[in-house]
Write a protein that binds this ligand. Structure first.
Ligand SMILES: *[C@@H]1O[C@H](CO)[C@@H](O)[C@H](O)[C@H]1NC(C)=O
Ligand SMILES: *[C@@H]1O[C@H](CO)[C@@H](O)[C@H](O)[C@H]1NC(C)=O
Ligand SMILES: *[C@@H]1O[C@H](CO)[C@@H](O)[C@H](O)[C@H]1NC(C)=O
Ligand SMILES: *[C@@H]1O[C@H](CO)[C@@H](O)[C@H](O)[C@H]1NC(C)=O
Ligand SMILES: *[C@@H]1O[C@H](CO)[C@@H](O)[C@H](O)[C@H]1NC(C)=O
Length: 393
């Protein structure tokens, strides 16, 4: 009721504004001194904007705002624009989190626009030092910078995500979401700071992003469908990855992924598909990688169906994820290792319909680049440096 009244009041006073009703967090009491927790002001401003009957804009003016864990939850009555001009800062220590929690969450919103040139700063350096998931295999005790869940027909553009404690953006259960002109930055040695992770979502379009992290640049988990990744530059980090798939039961298919016009520099991998051995059955199909530049990438082209980090699986049992309709086209540049192309598919389910066209990868060291293939018979055309799958096991 109070939020509704506040909305009406602002609406009447700003009837002439073309952007719709404006809610400035400072008018709701945000101090922007970089120290006091401004959560309450953000929560009230969001509540007012979200309950507005007409399109509204939440404005976060320039300045530094300390905010603890916060959820921007819908459904909202009309489209909301979240205009971030300032910098939001996370507390350096956030205890008792699990993987479902983010520092900030956008949840259950239709018609959200996030823009404004501002920064979400996760202040992760202390957290990375205490991340021990290389030992435990469980990496879910730290928060992602942004959890974006059940957000539909929306756009996130012109913002920066900095030094997240874990993933920067975790996109789950979303439909028709465009991310444009996003900057993501964390140091190379920060653990599990994936740039953008997508799962169980469809119609996701990432375009014009610059992503430097300690883990995957863009990673697509199970249920990623109709995903388009375009004009993204990655590095340092682990590259663009589909998977890992097959770790859990009841995973949904990955279908329809295009990665195009991207540049990877000094990354551990280029474009890869990875599945766990001894997996439940699953599907990954219709995945296309084209017009990609590799600069000193360690594993530029990689299908790995024996993915098993930390030695926590039965490598002897083949993966049951069925990989089909995969193409690698116009991929060029340099490899930091001799083995530039590695396609290791499942012994139990060889990859089907894999196409390779116009690949020119040269090894940065002495000697020629090589390839390795197993359980795959790709269709090969155009340039072939190195020759691919001339020796298939
Ligand atoms: C997708 O979302 C955009 C807003 O970003 C909207 O303009 C467009 O109509 C939506 N498309 C569909 C098919 O709903
Ligand atoms: C992705 O978004 C960009 C920018 O809005 C647009 O130019 C492009 O056509 C979109 N691509 C797809 C496949 O929707
Ligand atoms: C995308 O392609 C355009 C035109 O070929 C090129 O100028 C640009 O550098 C490419 N961007 C990336 C990120 O590779
Ligand atoms: C190329 O990558 C390797 C392995 O990551 C790294 O050691 C080396 O410094 C890189 N070279 C350049 C010129 O960046
Ligand atoms: C392959 O790339 C190298 C180095 O970038 C270049 O010198 C060479 O001309 C290319 N080969 C073809 C056939 O395009």
């Amino acid at each position: 009721m109070i939020a509704g009244a506040a909305c009406l009041m602002f609406w009447l006073s700003l009837l002439t504004e073309v952007q719709g009703t404006i809610f400035d967090v400072k008018k709701f009491g945000a101090k922007a001194d970089g120290k006091s927790d401004d959560c309450k002001a953000f929560a009230s401003a969001w509540k007012a904007a979200c309950s507005c009957m007409t399109p509204s804009t939440l404005v976060i003016p320039k300045g530094e705002y300390m905010v603890a864990q916060l959820m921007f939850q819908g459904p909202c009555r009309a489209p909301v624009t979240y205009q971030l001009q300032g910098t939001l800062k996370a507390p350096t220590v956030m205890n008792k989190m699990n993987s479902q929690d983010g520092w900030l969450a956008f949840l259950d919103i239709d018609g959200l626009t996030v823009l404004g040139g501002g920064t979400f700063d996760g202040q992760g350096s202390a957290a990375w030092a205490s991340n021990n998931c290389a030992k435990t295999g469980k990496c879910n005790s730290l928060p992602a910078n942004l959890r974006i869940t059940k957000v539909t027909n929306s756009k996130i553009q012109d913002i920066t995500s900095l030094n997240s404690k874990l993933f920067h953006m975790n996109i789950l259960g979303c439909k028709n979401l465009t991310l444009q002109h996003i900057t993501i930055t964390a140091p190379e040695n920060s653990l599990n700071t994936d740039g953008i992770h997508i799962g169980r979502s469809s119609g996701i379009n990432i375009t014009d992003a610059n992503i430097q992290t300690g883990d995957d640049c863009v990673s697509l988990g199970d249920g990623s469908q109709q995903v388009n990744v375009e004009k993204v530059t990655c590095g340092p980090g682990h590259g663009i990855s589909i998977g890992s798939l097959g770790k859990y039961r009841n995973e949904q298919p990955v279908v329809g992924v295009t990665v195009r016009n991207c540049t990877l520099t000094n990354t551990m991998n280029g474009v890869r598909v990875k599945t766990w051995p001894a997996s439940p059955s699953g599907v990954a199909s219709n995945m296309h990688f084209e017009d990609i530049i590799m600069n000193n990438v360690s594993n530029p082209i990689l299908i790995d169906q024996e993915y098993c980090p930390y030695g926590q699986c039965q490598t002897k049992v083949p993966s049951r994820i069925r990989i089909s309709d995969v193409s690698f086209k116009n991929i060029r540049g340099t490899s930091a290792t001799e083995l530039a192309v590695k396609l290791v598919c499942s012994r139990g389910l060889p990859c089907q319909k894999v196409g390779i066209c116009d690949v020119n990868l040269t090894y940065n060291g002495n000697g020629a680049a090589t390839s390795e293939c197993a359980n795959v018979k790709p269709t090969i055309s155009g340039k072939q440096f190195p020759p691919v799958c001339t020796r298939t096991t």
